[in-house]
Design a protein around this ligand. Sequence first.
Ligand SMILES: Nc1ncnc2c1ncn2[C@@H]1O[C@H](COP(=O)(O)OP(=O)(O)OP(=O)(O)O)[C@@H](O)[C@H]1O
Length: 272
Amino acid sequence: MSTQGFRIVITGKGGVGKTTITSLLSHLFAGRGYSVLAVDEDPQMNLPYAIGVSPEDAESIVPLSKNLDYIEEKTGARPDSGYGLMFSLNPDVSDVVERFGMKGPNGVNILVMGTVVKAATGCLCPENTLLDAVMRHINLREGEIILMDTQAGVEHFGRAIAKGFNQAILVADPTFNAVQVVKHAAELARELEIRDIHLVINRVRSPGDITKVTRMLAGHEELFSGKYYIPYDEMMSLFDPDVRPILDEPSEFVDGVRELMMSLEMHGLLRA
Ligand SMILES: Nc1ncnc2c1ncn2[C@@H]1O[C@H](COP(=O)(O)OP(=O)(O)OP(=O)(O)O)[C@@H](O)[C@H]1O
């Protein structure tokens, strides 16, 4: 089956639940028999822990943005060596998942990209060139669902969409700032002609939260293909950061993420 429709990028303000939701989706898709590649673009590298990689293994991961040997091998320039202007702008990174992907629980593959501080401005440097090539490459991989957890900030999100991600999950919690960020991201996604934009309002605690967010979204609803209000679940703090235990518990939070997964699957199959 073609999985080209399943290039999913997750964004939103810091701390709203992006990593948790990316991890739950990774396990839920894997549980449905899909091969999943979860990509962490956040330099804090929380995703492996949330997916359930052991702390020892997670600590051994070097993000690609800091893997100077690989950057030099592929681009011909070493970032820490005062490189000149001569480096490959089109490095062949087709081996990246096989060499640096980590097999996590439930067979979920994890690739930690990291990010370059100057990436948002599109700086022409070997690290950035390598990460761009990796993003392009993973979008060409067949037979896998790609879920990319981005660093907070719409610039990173814009770059991912420009590199071929075709579904977006915009996560907010019921606060003004978080909702402002998703409105901005949705407008950008629209400009970049991405059609499947799923809005998640996470950590909803009361009907009042829904009323408040509905008011804040007034005039912007048409930007989203679907809206999901996902409840606060105090069990999360018991297991944090590993999401796996909560998958075995009755949880409205997980039910909400499962509903989101079904919608992503439907949109992905339609675009396949
Ligand atoms: N529905 C929920 N109910 C209760 N706690 C939640 C829920 N969703 C996420 N959390 C908790 O909120 C915290 C932040 O979540 P998470 O790390 O996934 O956010 P993030 O957006 O990825 O953060 P960052 O931008 O720092 O990477 C975590 O402690 C997580 O366990």
